[in-house]
Ligand binder design. Structure first.
Ligand code: S3P
Length: 426
């Protein structure tokens, strides 16, 4: 796939459904009594892995072009799968489902692709084991494949070392089955979609500062879920609109939950011309985002904002490479344990395009303003790397070749088509 420089991007784009919320709608729908209807579900490979796992756990799920219907059987309605569950490339599926399986009256084996088999699972094995679960990393390396033998669970008061919604959610889901209250505190608040949606499905869950608290529940009730557009996918068009000269893009119906909106704050702080329109603050808040070409300047990104933009740091790196001055990213060591080591992979690929970037222990330092040139990009099967460099290619001299371009199917199957439509308006 070759991408070359363009003169401007114009028009509207409607972003597919949020990945985190789509996963949770299937999971909580499966555990609720009755039929949950989900609109604007993300038909990305990760969310399809979640559907596949719950079908193997005995839940009937109808996937039609306009909606998903999940025929939930209640908290105790899952049945033992006849085969190993395959979570594909999805960390969210792997970690959240482990919290549910920890309480089931059967044994499950769970694994995923090569990337999943390298990602750290100790962060869920430890707290779920403290609750009484029996979870074994089959290869003894604290990674998948995992063998989970469900047990009666008891509530814990857990202080997580990492700000991770996947860890928090796994514990909260196990907490639905525990014999008392379960509390999870984190150093910085991570995305709170589980808390919002569990409450909507009738769970007894609330937050006190950085602590989420859940009490066991006899049953959840099926709901209607309308999934907002994914701000992590919108981020590529936010960046493109800012860095490609002569651009104006309207990005429609994007989720702007404050635990996810760091990209907007950073883009504005860097000097980006961004306007929110049609804000709707019910449940998961949404807005249309109008983006215009802007001259950006470097900033420091650190501390509490990091979990709110953790998946957007690759595309923020591209903005930083174009910006005047230095951008410093700190407190983001989690980048090393995502779908790829995103510190190393960003340094390798951005350097290949002529940018000045240095990796650090917990982030990177980028001296912006260097002219970028086309290059061969190695995605390391990481969807966010592919999309970030597809945007960088739009402002680089010469041709950029993205090896493994189709990996965008994980979170944004229509990414290249949507990008082409914005180009054809120019
Ligand atoms: C996710 C949480 C984040 C994020 C991932 C999706 C979720 O991971 O990077 O893409 O849906 O809960 P961590 O919670 O591990 O930081």
């Amino acid at each position: 796939m070759n991408i070359t420089k363009i003169n401007g991007l114009h028009g509207e784009v409607t972003i597919p459904g949020d990945k985190s919320i789509s996963h949770r709608a299937v999971m909580f729908g499966a555990l609720a009594k009755g039929t949950t209807e989900v609109r604007n579900f993300l038909q990305g490979a990760d969310c399809l892995s979640t559907i596949d796992c719950f079908r193997k756990l005995g839940i009937e799920i109808e996937n039609t072009p306009d909606k998903i219907l999940i025929h939930g059987k209640g908290l105790n309605g899952l049945s033992a799968p006849a085969v190993t569950l395959d979570t594909g490339n999805s960390g969210t599926t792997t970690r959240l489902i482990s919290g549910i399986l920890a309480a089931q009256p059967f044994e499950t084996t769970l694994t995923g692709d090569a990337s999943i088999q390298k990602r750290p699972m100790k962060r869920i094995i430890e707290p779920l084991s403290m609750m009484g679960a029996d979870i074994i990393s089959i290869n003894g390396n604290d990674c998948a494949p995992l063998r989970i033998t469900g047990k009666p669970l008891h509530g814990i008061d857990y202080h997580s070392k990492v700000a991770s919604a996947q860890v928090k959610s796994a514990i909260l889901l196990a907490g639905l089955y525990a014999d008392g209250e379960t509390r999870v505190s984190e150093p910085v608040i991570s995305r709170n979609h589980s808390e919002i949606m569990l409450c909507y499905f009738g769970a007894d869950v609330h937050t006190e500062g950085k602590t989420a608290i859940i009490k066991p529940q006899p049953d959840l009730t099926a709901q209607f879920v309308n999934v907002p557009g994914d701000i992590s996918s919108a981020a590529y068009f936010i960046a493109a609109g800012l860095i490609v000269p002569n651009s104006e893009i309207l990005i429609k119906n994007v989720g702007i939950n404050p635990t996810r909106d760091g990209i907007l704050k950073v883009a504005i702080e860097m000097g980006g011309d961004i306007t929110l329109l049609n804000e709707n603050l019910d449940g998961e808040p949404t807005a249309d985002i109008l983006v215009k070409s802007s001259s950006l300047h470097g900033i420091t990104i650190e501390g509490d904002i990091i979990p709110t933009l953790i998946d957007e740091l690759p595309i923020i790196n591209i903005m930083a490479a174009v910006a005047d001055g230095t951008t410093i990213i700190k407190d983001a060591a989690e980048l090393k344990v995502k779908e790829s080591n995103r510190i190393d992979v960003m340094v390798e690929n951005l350097s290949a395009m002529g940018a000045q970037i240095t990796g650090t222990d917990d982030g990177m330092i980028i001296e912006g303003g260097k002219e970028l040139h086309g290059s061969v990009i190695e995605t390391y099967a990481d969807h966010r790397i592919a999309m970030s460099f597809a945007i960088a290619a739009l402002i680089a001299d010469g041709e950029t070749i993205i090896n493994g371009r189709d990996v965008v199917n994980i979170s944004y199957p229509t990414f290249y088509e949507d990008l082409e439509k914005l180009k054809s308006y120019s």
